[in-house]
Ligand binder design. Sequence first.
Ligand code: NAD
Ligand code: WQD
Length: 343
Amino acid sequence: MKVLLTGGAGYIGSHVAVALAAAGHDIICFDNLSNSRADVIDRLETITGKPIPLVVGDIRDRAAVRGAIGKHGAEAVVHFAGLKAVGESVAEPIRYYDNNVRGTLSMVEAMIESGVKTLVFSSSATVYGQPKYLPLDEAHPTSATNPYGRTKLMIEEMLADIAGADPGWRIAVLRYFNPVGAHDSGLIGEDPSGIPNNLMPFISRVAAGRLPELSVFGNDYDTPDGTGVRDYVHVVDLAEGHVAALGAIAAGDAPLGIWNLGTGEGYSVLDMIASFERVNGVKIPYRIAPRRAGDVASCYASPDRARDELGWTAQRGLDAMCGSSWTFERTLAMRNAKGKAGE
Ligand code: NAD
Ligand code: WQD
């Protein structure tokens, strides 16, 4: 299939581009580069050995989305484009509703105008709110605790209404748990601007000496070692989940399906530090800090529905997640050093 990836230059989008290309699909990236760089595309072409067109545009620009779909003959859209920082969404809610909710609505309208009704959407385990039971299955009640989470919930509800009104849609809503790691080449990965909010990029930067130490947000949770437990899923596994989901919805007859993408295993912050140190032979200085507002003690998936209906199960463990994150961080450091030397 010819597949348009909104947000295709970003962290998860770039890994999905590789997986879709490896599965024989033709990829077109559509991105406004607000949180990514155009040179990611060069690296994607190196990895895939295929030309990957980049359309620089905004999902809120209907004509631009229509133009990209029309020019490249896209038959499906995988929709990553969005803002994703929880704290920022509390400070700037209008920006989040505008970019994520209005942007998705506008993009869906452009799809309808183009006659394309196959869509894979990046949702998040954040839509489960405070867990009422574990593991979280797709039937768990949804709620949101911050504006970012509310944008994901609103989009999910909007998509359900759209699919309800027109059974011609084929929509996959994928609820990601905690994506980490990078492609083995070290050429693509997660490189947040500023100080990272998420655990794994923070650990990588401490390991690289770019940050002095990690703050562990609380060690008095009701978990085996007192630190927060999460379901970390390797981004390459996550990417393969998109290939499976696209195949399943295109071949199936349901207008909309919802699937968790997680491993079903929970690991604590201290587990993550210990694994990163052991796998990579580095030291991660840390100190125990107060809890972070809004954090839950434990969150992990039931991945059974994705296994049964998509035939997808995560294959890569914590060692691969930690190893590939460090490979990416070191490759990035070399690239930056070369860039500086060439200035
Ligand atoms: P990312 O910021 O690396 O990628 C998002 C991409 O979208 C960026 O390249 C950005 O430039 C682009 N973009 C943003 N707004 C746009 C707009 N209006 N028009 C066009 N392009 C736009 O983030 P990511 O981690 O790759 O996340 C991808 C998606 O997955 C997001 O929707 C995010 O909410 C969701 N998600 C991420 C995580 C996570 O932990 N990374 C977890 C659950 C869900
Ligand atoms: C993981 C664990 C922290 C940083 C967030 C979003 C969620 C989703 C994924 C998009 C927690 C602890 C972290 C640090 C720490 N994103 N931690 N020190 O909070 O599970 O989920 O990203 O949809 O919506 O909320 O991920 O990586 O921030 O935290 O101790 O410097 O690491 O307290 O226990 P989280 P995270």
